[in-house]
Write a protein that binds this ligand. Sequence first.
Ligand SMILES: [Zn+2]
Length: 477
Amino acid sequence: MNDFDSGRPVVLRGGTVLPMDGHRVLPRTDVLVTGDRIAAVGQDLQAPQDAVEIDASDGIVMPGMIDTHRHMWQTAMRGYGADWTLTQYFVWFYLEHGRLFRPEDVHAGNTLAAIEALDAGVTTVVDWSHGLQTVDHADAAADALQSVPGRYVLAYGNIQQPPAEWTATPEFRDFVARRVTGDDLLGFQLAFDVLGDPSFPEKPAFEVARELGVPVTTHTGVWGATSDDGIKLMHEHGFMTPETIYVHAASLSADSYHRIAATGGSISVSTESEQSAGQGYPPTWAVRAHGIPVSLSMDTSVWWSGDLFSAMRTTLGADRSREHLEAHAKGETVTHCGLRADEVVAWATRGGARALGRDDLGTVEPGKKADLVLIKNDASPVSFPLLNPFGHVAFQAQRGDVHTVLVDGRVVKHEHRLVGVDLAAARRQVERTVEHLRSEMGDEAWEKGMNPEIPATKILDNPYTYTDYRSDSTHRL
Ligand SMILES: [Zn+2]
């Protein structure tokens, strides 16, 4: 029962299966995995004699979740920026800590982020790796991703240099030749932003992507940083493709959404990020009206959480909040929610697969890759009654409820414990990174970076006085 590495078939018995091929729920259903694929989905399946049996009763079996935008290297400073705005993040990244990351620090962050993702049932992550100041940093990022048994896409970026420069270096070309090998568990994209300069200095980098045949992912619609101008440049030069992932897209005009919809790309919504950093309002309420495909992402654990349960929950909340707000502004009442729980679960699974052009991921169907999650926690009072499985995933479940995870047919977490992952070594690596950054920064700057100044809050004058019925005196509130 412990031998998950032997390539034995695996059968998940009697779970509530969410195939995510529509809106179906399959009660008391088995999922049989042989090799790297789902072999069968059905009731009372015959499994090969040597199959590992996993009891999925009272649990939910769903596709592994897919995060389409996470700056994994930053996990080395988990939680440091909880009270930042985007402006403070830029100072940290461009001028302070970000520059101090050595290759081993990128390795430390990526390793921990990769482990964290698996633990939370996120089986695929796009590592939006824009801290690759040298190719040594890039090798460290790729090494870390290949050391943890999940599925990743290295989206190569270097924010310290214009994209036309770093994509033109022989070292970068050499990296691509060495490391982009068609490994099914490690995809490759280019990651850079289009700043809206009318001379379009990013054009040569797009041409490199086209020549390499790899997609570009780009932060767009980020208030004060990237705007409609960047979308227009990409559109006019023919660089908007169905493979393009537009991150945030939170402060764009209808015209930009039309251009994205017309060219077939998708938007990666990072609601936790957009709600507190200031890119713009989480855009699903607008994006849905344009029929643009959506996937979900967490952005960075230096600020926020790294699990897609939070993404689903905050995205539903933000979308509904906006719908109510818009209606109230017109004196109207929303009587039926437009966005449903099953749709955000689809965004967290099938939506990510679609964004990555991976037809073989994101659903529980025979023939698909066996990237699976079992949500089951018999010790939790939140595990029952299981009436609405989509609602359960979106609003009730959390990462501690992730019982079993398979990636590419391999069990990487079972009975709430990671399998074949050295968490202690990851901890030691991260401790060394924190020590390095802290000593380079100095204690004062370190503390200041973590605790930005709070602007003064003006308490408004209150026109009311109030006389309590029990009192004959008048209080000024
Ligand atoms: Zn980002």
